[in-house]
Design a protein around this ligand. Sequence first.
Ligand code: GDD
Length: 358
Amino acid sequence: MISIIVPTYQEVKNLQPLSEMIQTALTEAGESSYEIIIMDDNSQDGSIEKVAELQAIHPIRIVTRTENRGLSPAVIDGFNEAQGDFVVVMDADLSHPASAIPKMVAQLRDGESDFVLGSRYVEGGSIDESWTLWRYINSVVATIPALPITRVKDPMSGFFAIRKADIPCSQNLSPIGYKIALEVMVKGDFPVVSEVPIHFVDRIHGESKLTLGEQLKYLRHLRRLYQYKFQTKAEFFQFAFVGASGFIVDLAFYLVLQMFGASHTVARAISFWPAVTWNWMLNRTITFSHREKTKKTTQWGAFATSSLLGFTVNYGTYYTLTKYVPFFTEHMILALIIGVLMGMGFNFSISNLFIFKK
Ligand code: GDD
């Protein structure tokens, strides 16, 4: 069965033409098993009565929401309502052609794709002739920053299809604003994402609710998705940066202690500890600031142990390469750099997985 989720707010005039458009498209394609789920934010415009009337002819029902309003939360609640193996999300305003649904679902059914987007910007897709240049520029400008986190040409689209079993767990979905398809695409990290061309038409009845406020929310949403997508890379760079600053602390203590009469071996053995403490403190407050704040002494102890082991990996790599690989006897600096990277990679993995808990 195909579950078609339609988020609505004051769309009473569109409910009948929408149901008819879906019925025509699906019956022509031989898809008789479907349900239309209207996820309505308590519109109070007669939508409930209209759906009751349409139920005589169409497999349609309405869920009235009164809390956590908004397009994206409505769709997420709709995922939990859906009974079908395939879920399609589309707008109510007839801007998304239901005729694309059979093709979108066929790609999921045949295993050709894991997430299918109705797309205006692939070959064969188009937008309403009535679009002004300003609206077009607006759409393109909004699209560009989303391209690095997706593999599609139309990441702003609100029309998509997915297998019910592949929907990311609702606790992992936290969109701000309108871009639910973008959220599901990024969080789902699907092996194959495809785009089916659509012709996007402007609504006839009612008004768009896409206000400036919603567009600003999109920027916050993007920031959140970038953090999600590139989190490990960003953490690694910050960890490396902190490590470099820790090296300066190490060196400073090493030199100052000798100025006060310590031997170089004693100075070296002592300078490690303020450097480790410095690194731990910065990683706790900057690199992994969003992680759980566990007990300081235990965490410091674990970090110092991991750093000592990291140093062993670092030195062991250097020693092995220069002793057993002839190339590195000529290129000791290279062996040293590889050792430092191996040690840092080890330290980062242990810190990321075990010390700074998620
Ligand atoms: N439940 C609920 N709650 N539904 C909402 C809400 C809300 O607060 N706001 C809007 N909707 C519903 C509308 O009733 C409609 O069915 C659908 O979400 C899209 O809303 P519109 O306000 O018509 O959006 P739009 O046409 O300007 O934007 C659409 O096209 C854009 C591409 O140009 C959306 O699909 C966008 O996500 C898309 O980027």
